[in-house]
Design a protein around this ligand. Sequence first.
Ligand code: PLP
Length: 419
Amino acid sequence: MNILEQQDPAIWQAIENEAERQRDGLEMIASENYTSRAVMEAAGSVLTNKYAEGYPGRRYYGGCEFADVVERLAIQRATDLFGAEAANVQPHSGSQANTAVYLTVLEPGDKVLGLDLAQGGHLTHGMKLNISGKLYDFHSYGVDREHHRLDFDQIAKLARELKPKMIVAGASAYPREIPHDKFAEIANEVGAKLMVDMAHYAGLVAAKIHNNPVPVADYVTTTTHKTLRGPRSGLILCKQDDLKDINRSVFPGIQGGPLMHIVAAKAVCFAEAASPDFRAYGQQVVDNAKVLAETLIAGGLTLVSGGTDNHLCLVDVTAFGIGGKLAEAALEKCGITVNMNMIPFDTRKPMDPSGIRIGTPALTTRGMKVEQMRTIGNWIIQALKSHDDETALASIRGQVSELCQGFPVPADATAPSAT
Ligand code: PLP
């Protein structure tokens, strides 16, 4: 019996159950992944005990010499990985990273242009209940009706009319590569700062598959736990000249002490993401998503934009006479975890939209390849068609479990032997 099990059996049991859920199901939420054991070890380390307000060499607490080593390594690895001049590795999350950039660049009431939440944007890109929408005057751009691609004519027109102080690029549910240079051109023309939130596809940028926003953007933010496969956290990349202001916005602007155990886990993740193995993983994520897309289309489903060139598919399920809520529930019964999602120009409500979002990063980390994607794509078709047939769903559930057994999760990996 381990210490947690003895001391707090309720929490231990919940964690055990979650481990089993992650092992025995197909995790296809596009923003989730499995970290390595090394990342988990750093995240579960004694650094959680340490207060380190401030920055390396300038802390408000004693005893920070090892925290400094960790944070300096994290900064160096982040800037090397993405070719950035400077980095702040302290944001606790993607939302914190975005909020810190806003605090740096904007005054309350300033105009900002960001992607519409209903067309793939994120809450922190101006949603009314989010601090971004409460403090700043966000306006939305979207995708075109026919091809569901970012509508750069509309973006340029809005930018010229509104003269925003900042343009925010990046998305939570956009299945295509984002041409950052087009955003930079528009931002330059109207004198706006450009922030790229690459949270979803940072891993593909690190793997050199998606174009890198760092050379053309003023600020790049990201989460570290999606395609990048690190701990749940955030990161800001910026120019050296802007670092002082960014640092001030993160601490003391919106945060207190950094989570040093998570900063350490980010450092581990950045080193992993610089490896040739990670590059192969990134390519496989995209290859898998493409084959999944082809399989879903062949099975009669419609994909937003007609396919994908990144890690996710946005699927309109209404052709099968159901909405996203029912689709999510039917797949859950099969052990396939996805999330319901609005599709562009959706006529249904956010709590029961027309679509589901399906991602391949986590399954790719488990070692699954295009062959498994074909199988899974066909299960998804079957499950959605038989959403009210409990026997059919149970049969798929059994096959899902069988498949999962052949692809262990990193948490179950044993350390390589020393011999
Ligand atoms: N930005 C984008 C594009 C996202 O998709 C997300 C998370 O889904 C975030 C920011 C926020 O990240 P977090 O949940 O870590 O605050």
